[in-house]
Design a protein around this ligand. Structure first.
Ligand SMILES: C[S@@+](CC[C@H](N)C(=O)[O-])C[C@H]1O[C@@H](n2cnc3c(N)ncnc32)[C@H](O)[C@@H]1O
Length: 362
């Protein structure tokens, strides 16, 4: 499997990225986009199926772009994610000798999403077809946690609304239905801590996964009472409030004003509302530990420079894109840090999305 969820195939000397196929299958595929060095294709018929192939449980699998790997067993999905992280580290980061641990699967393989954003077609929820603007109307979504599954089925029809966000606190049972720009607040519990989550501000979409990330980041950083922790891209304070609880001082940087307000409510810390990459002038001179959890684009050169400017002894990089992770890992290596191991976490089963925790030390 390639980063992005497609299977890699070779045909007449050309590399093809095939949607709808899995490793070691023999398929008939139609080329959808031909390029000089590689092409894209879509599987039409499976002649020799993978032993990991199964019947997809959701009636919308295929047309709906929400899930790409539902027709593969969960164990195979987890192993492909580990291989993709290792491949990206080798090819993008030139880090072929790093330990990539077996993927951790923290929760159920369905019914795990505590938040989902849908487009609306005539008031009914819809998702995009893969790599398309076309909307696919949905009667169910098997990824939703139980309270949202029911809300989805009973969703009131708002013919004029364009989109809806469904949110739930799995532990608290609170739910919110936000049409267009409506406001709402829920609370969620992770690692014994209650978090306020406002409107569409970021919160980990898989609660069991959030619990696992907190455990992993704590394991990487091993924080002590004399440590000063920098939490970059802090959101509503998931790591600041939990991992940082035993630290001497926590400084948390976040750019979204709604998340910053949650951050202040959720954790005892110094909040800095800024873009992390340019926040250096507003930060203390040094810090002992860092957790950074950037969006898909990753840290980049300026983000890595900001992290290492305070000479931390250990850095936990939480990443949601394996290519950005590999590039950032190389930047940390050039800055004198060693990637001790990479831990993939399957926060989003049935999709190709991979969460990774990287442990860096000086
Ligand atoms: C993947 S989320 C992680 C949030 C938090 N660590 C958690 O686990 O809940 C990334 C966060 O970074 C924020 N963000 C995006 N770009 C940013 C930037 N350039 N500087 C600081 N924060 C940013 C987003 O608003 C979001 O809250």
């Amino acid at each position: 499997m390639a980063h992005g969820g497609k299977a890699v195939a070779r045909h007449e000397g050309q590399v093809l990225f095939v949607t709808g196929a899995y490793p070691h299958e023999v398929v008939q595929a139609e080329v959808t986009e031909a390029k000089k060095r590689h092409s894209f294709a879509r599987a039409l018929a499976i002649f020799e199926p993978s032993p990991h192939r199964r019947a997809a449980p959701c009636p919308h699998f295929g047309p709906c772009g929400g899930c790409q790997w539902q027709s593969a067993e969960p164990g195979a999905q987890a192993e492909w994610k580990r291989e993709i992280v290792a491949d990206q580290l080798r090819f993008v980061g030139k880090l072929g000798n790093v330990e990539v641990r077996p993927t951790i699967s923290p929760g159920p393989e369905f019914g795990y999403r505590n938040r989902m954003d849908f487009a609306l077609v005539g008031g009914r929820p819809a998702l995009h077809r893969e790599e398309s603007q076309e909307l696919v109307e949905l009667s169910v979504c098997l990824l939703l946690v139980a309270p949202l599954f029911q809300l989805f089925v009973d969703l009131p029809i708002r013919p004029l609304a364009d989109r809806v966000t469904l949110r739930a606190g799995v532990a608290t049972g609170e739910t919110a239905v936000l049409f267009d720009d409506e406001h709402g607040v829920i609370h969620e519990e992770v690692a014994g801590h209650t978090f306020r989550v406002t409107d569409r501000a970021f919160f980990q979409a898989n609660t069991a996964g959030a619990e696992e990330l907190v455990r992993l980041v704590t394991e990487v950083l091993a924080p002590g009472p004399n440590d000063r922790l920098l939490d970059g891209y802090a959101g509503g304070g998931l790591f600041a409030a939990t991992v940082g609880a035993g630290c001497r001082e926590v400084v948390a940087v976040e750019s979204d004003p709604v998340a910053v307000a949650d951050l202040k409510a959720n954790a005892d810390l110094v909040p800095v509302r800024a873009k992390f990459e340019s926040s250096r002038p507003r930060l203390p001179r040094s810090w002992d530990l860092v957790v950074v959890d950037p969006p898909r684009a990753g840290l980049g050169r300026e983000g890595v420079e900001t992290v290492v400017a305070g000479h931390p002894r250990t850095v936990a990089l939480v990443a949601c894109d394996p290519a950005s992770f590999a590039r950032d890992a190389a930047l940390f290596t050039n800055a004198g840090y060693r990637l001790e191991y990479a831990q993939p976490v399957d926060m989003f089963p049935q999709t190709f999305h991979i969460e990774i925790v990287g442990a860096f030390s000086r």
